[in-house]
Design a protein around this ligand. Structure first.
Ligand SMILES: Cc1cc2nc3c(=O)[nH]c(=O)nc-3n(C[C@H](O)[C@H](O)[C@H](O)COP(=O)(O)O)c2cc1C
Length: 327
């Protein structure tokens, strides 16, 4: 039977917070989960002691279902195996795995065998059908989305096409959702819940740099571009970002423009790095990769993550109607 996202994940509000490398730390993930939706830690390149420290804070910080987001194409199959093993070994069963793009079948099998829930973000019908075949919640990402883009088309068309192929699957809409009205549109296209990224960048608990948060609040969609310039560390995939001097002039020298720290490790940031600026980043923030969706049109200011969840909760309750009989 078709399930709401809330029913599929054992949460109260059919809302996913996107795992966002560097930006979605444990404070944001736990705050969103405590508010009744599903928070998610951006796992990105974390592994070993850094991953263990973050997982410990995540599971101590909330006793609700919460996720860890991993990106198969960024780390490659061996590192992904290590990351998955750490999540399975070091966290309780309420921690779900979220993937940006498709992992190998063996990864699905391993996570399913461990009894964990899986959420996979896709940009095509083909990938969505494969992910659903492994029992995953399928996040349909349209090109309205902030961050890296998995497909070529708009959100609602992808949701509708997936719903036709997968009448029973749990399908979540992502990309360009910054207000309850936009969430309602995605639900009428056939979604069972929504995923928000940019809307949570500006949350009080987000680790995004204050300059980045301010830029998202003042931007509208015309200030964003789909580009491929921020490729150091994550090559070969287009991304929607705020327009900067780097997107305008991709021929500039690849020199270091800042530094940052992730779980106690220090890194230099070259111009065109894929790393988003966080509260631990210094340097020329205004040139860095500020991922931002068309959703910025309706995002007006920073506030606690729980308030963002509460804003969407009422409209997302209407999904229950599909489940309880009419749909
Ligand atoms: C700052 C930022 C960082 C992101 N990083 C990730 C990531 O690490 N993993 C991931 O699965 N998706 C990531 N995304 C993409 C989101 O999952 C999602 O597709 C997007 O945020 C949805 O569109 P919206 O930003 O308009 O809500 C990121 C998005 C943003 C805005």
């Amino acid at each position: 039977m078709r399930k709401t996202l809330a029913a599929a994940l054992g949460i109260e509000v059919s809302l996913l917070q996107s795992g966002m490398g560097g930006v979605a730390g444990t404070e944001l993930a736990c705050a969103v989960s405590d508010a009744g939706a599903a928070g998610c830690l951006g796992g990105y390149k974390l592994v070993g002691e850094g991953m263990s420290a973050a997982l410990a804070r995540l599971t101590e910080g909330t006793d609700r279902p919460v996720g860890v987001n991993l990106i198969p194409e960024v780390v490659g199959p061996e590192e992904l195996d290590r990351q998955v093993a750490q999540v399975l070994d070091e966290t309780p069963g309420r921690v779900y795995l979220s993937f940006f793009g498709m992992p190998d079948d063996a990864v699905f099998d391993r996570v399913n065998a461990a009894g964990r829930k899986i959420v996979v973000q896709v940009g095509t019908v083909e990938d969505g059908v494969r992910a659903a075949g492994h029992g995953s919640v399928v996040v349909a990402q349209g090109t309205e989305a902030g961050g890296h883009l998995l497909g070529e088309g708009g959100r609602d068309a992808l949701v509708t096409a997936l719903r036709e192929e997968l009448p029973e699957a749990c399908i979540v809409a992502a990309g360009g959702i910054g207000s309850p009205d936009q969430a309602a549109r995605a639900l009428s296209a056939g979604a069972d819940g929504v995923l928000l990224g940019t809307a949570f960048v500006v949350a009080d608990e987000s680790r995004a740099h204050s300059y980045f948060k301010g830029a998202v609040v003042t931007a509208d969609g015309t200030d964003t571009v789909i580009s491929d310039v921020y490729e150091i560390g994550w090559p070969g995939r287009r991304h929607r970002v705020l327009e900067t001097s780097a997107t305008r002039d991709p021929k500039q020298a690849r020199k270091f423009i800042g530094r940052t720290e992730v779980e106690g490790q220090r890194y230099l940031i070259p111009r065109f790095s894929a790393a988003a600026p966080t509260e631990a980043t210094s340097g020329r923030i205004e040139e860095m990769a500020m991922y931002c969706g068309l959703s910025c049109d309706t995002i007006s200011g920073g506030r606690p993550a729980a308030d963002i969840v509460a804003d969407f909760a009422r409209i997302l309750q209407s999904v229950e109607i599909f489940e309880s009989g009419t749909g």
